[in-house]
Write a protein of this length. Structure first.
Length: 416
């Protein structure tokens, strides 16, 4: 069994595949459901891993963790995927240490999203980390790192317009409908899946398309019924999927089902359909696209939509990178302080012992004023040493420097 080294940036890795090198069909082979995620954590100790989380979205699957090498993470991940480790490795990016940390900051800010600035990644990241933390797989290093990433993401959102305008996969789906269907607002729409992406898509259909004839279906009927009531829409049980598909003009699929739930036989000879699959793995069977009455669009096609909002976001990227760099530097400063805490405690203990001895030499048992001044000076010295450690300074010996500073500042007894 390999051993983990959880508190060093050099032992922090990310291994992942994304839209940049893998198409949606390939990414679907490595999508991780909550069931797979839970099982991966159960077997992780057998791979020498005790600190990790898995981020699986429609445009990426990444595993972050503290390890001896990236292959540990890849091998663990691929125990739960239909794709194998060899295929994953051919398409994967593996980053270590500071490079892996920088990558996570970019992911959290939406700078690495398929649709630039897509802020949905923040919720997905929080959920992924919480899943691991609830099962005791997030150590102090990773928790502090993720908190820093989320703070940076919040700053990017508030101080730039990187996420300005309404651009996300769900919004892009609505834009596609508007551009490719006349009188889209009058069409009968079926939305399958009422999770976060499904809910956002539903609201965008109403807000930007003006659609009202929308029927919601979810594997848990109560969730579909609740959203339908909230938005004054229709809902149907999953058992009625086939009949609802028959009457729909537009179908959007946004569930996290492991297998396609909309099949070719659902669509044969059922009239013209525009189907948008927002899910990874696919929710719509690939052979459905062979039907002459079906136009099937997936998330990769949607990501190609460009408009003024996207141009505005691209212009904000340099500012966002600067914000991220500052938060990254702050995190590394925290790490150096965390790493050097024992040294700082030891230096302060040495200075305190010197101060006690010096107090006795002053032969002034009736006052503590010199010692109080010494305490203040010790704190000043410690603040200076801590600042140098935080900034990564490695010049000289901190012990000698601190003692010299103290001795040059304290009063010397006059023996004459």
């Amino acid at each position: 069994m390999h051993s983990s080294k959880p508190l060093s940036p050099d032992n922090f890795f990310v291994a992942g595949i994304s839209y940049k090198k893998a198409d949606a069909a390939t990414r679907s082979q490595f999508a991780i459901s909550h069931i797979h995620y839970d099982e991966a954590l159960k077997v992780a100790p057998g791979f020498g891993l005790n600190a990790l989380f898995i981020l699986s979205t429609c445009n990426r699957t990444e595993i972050y963790g503290c390890a001896e090498n990236a292959s540990q993470l890849i091998d663990l991940l691929c125990t739960q995927t239909t794709g194998d480790a060899e295929t994953f490795t051919k398409l994967a990016y593996c980053k270590q240490g500071d490079e892996a940390i920088a990558h996570l900051f970019k992911v959290g800010a939406g700078l690495d999203s398929q649709i630039l600035g897509d802020y949905e990644i923040v919720g997905q990241l929080k959920q992924a980390v919480k899943f691991s933390k609830d099962r005791h797989f997030i150590n102090s290093f990773m928790e502090r790192l993720v908190n820093s990433v989320l703070q940076a993401s919040k700053s990017v959102k508030s101080d730039t317009t990187l996420s300005g305008g309404t651009v996300s996969a769900s919004y892009a789906a609505v834009q596609y409908i508007k551009e490719n269907l006349a009188s889209a607002a009058d069409k009968k729409i079926l939305l399958i899946g009422t999770g976060k992406i499904g809910r956002n898509t539903c609201r965008n259909l109403i807000d930007y398309l003006g659609a009202t004839d929308i029927t919601l279906i979810n594997r848990t009927d109560d969730r579909a019924a609740g959203l339908a009531k909230e938005l004054n829409l229709h809902y149907a049980p999953m058992a009625d999927l086939a009949s609802e598909v028959t009457v729909a003009d537009i179908i959007l699929a946004a569930t996290n089902a492991a297998e396609p739930i909309l099949l070719k036989e659902h669509l044969e000879n059922k009239g013209n359909k525009l189907i948008i699959d927002l899910s990874i793995p696919y929710n719509v069977a690939a052979d459905a696209s062979l039907l002459p009455n079906v136009k099937l669009v997936n998330v990769d096609a949607l990501s190609k939509i460009k408009d003024e909002a996207m141009q505005m976001r691209a212009a904000e990227a340099p500012k966002a990178l600067q914000i991220i760099a500052e938060h990254h530097a702050d995190f590394m400063g925290w790490y150096r302080m965390h790493q050097n805490a024992p040294t700082l405690q030891s230096i302060k203990a040495v200075l305190n012992r010197i101060a006690v001895v010096h107090q006795k030499e002053l032969n002034n048992p009736h006052t503590r004023c010199p010692y109080i001044a010494a305490e203040q000076k010790i704190q000043q010295i410690m603040n200076g040493i801590a600042g140098k450690m935080r900034n990564g300074s490695t010049e000289g010996c901190y012990y000698i420097e601190a003692i010299n500073q103290y001795l040059s500042a304290v009063p010397v007894q006059n023996k004459h």
